[in-house]
Design a protein around this ligand. Structure first.
Ligand code: 5GP
Ligand code: ZN
Length: 118
């Protein structure tokens, strides 16, 4: 299991540091974003470290992340109303935490351009 000692999401996803979890299974964790951009803003994070979605991520990890998105949407009550899934990838996209994650945003009408609400 590949972890990085200096990576905050490795620590949060593996309970080295505890946070506000919404969903968890063997491969992934989902927890609330510390700086929410919408009423529901949850991060889906693999327990192993990958820099981003093009970092040779195994298919079972990618499948677990997409499955977790659905679990988060149901748990947060946004599966019927609709929500947005974003994976900022690399510098040009503004990725700030270099551990693969998907944002799940919802609970309001989302603007077309912004990540969260407008
Ligand atoms: P990025 O810009 O890399 O796609 O998104 C990183 C996200 O991680 C940001 O929305 C930021 O608020 C969130 N974040 C950064 N550090 C922490 C943390 O320590 N705890 C939690 N829960 N979220 C964090
Ligand atoms: Zn990491």
């Amino acid at each position: 299991m590949a972890k990085k000692d200096d990576c905050i999401f490795c620590k949060l996803a593996n309970h080295v540091i505890e946070t506000d979890y919404v969903y968890e299974d063997d491969l992934v964790c989902a927890f609330k974003d510390a700086n929410p951009q919408a009423p529901v803003h949850v991060l889906v994070v693999p327990k192993d470290h990958y820099d981003n979605i093009v970092d040779d991520v195994p298919a079972d990890v990618l499948a677990a992340m997409v499955h977790a998105v659905g679990e988060v949407a149901r748990a947060c009550g946004i599966d019927e109303s609709g929500f947005r899934v974003i994976a900022n990838t690399g510098e040009a996209a503004g990725q700030t935490v270099m551990h693969l994650h998907m944002h799940v945003l919802g609970g309001t009408r989302l603007g077309e351009e912004s990540m969260g609400s407008e």
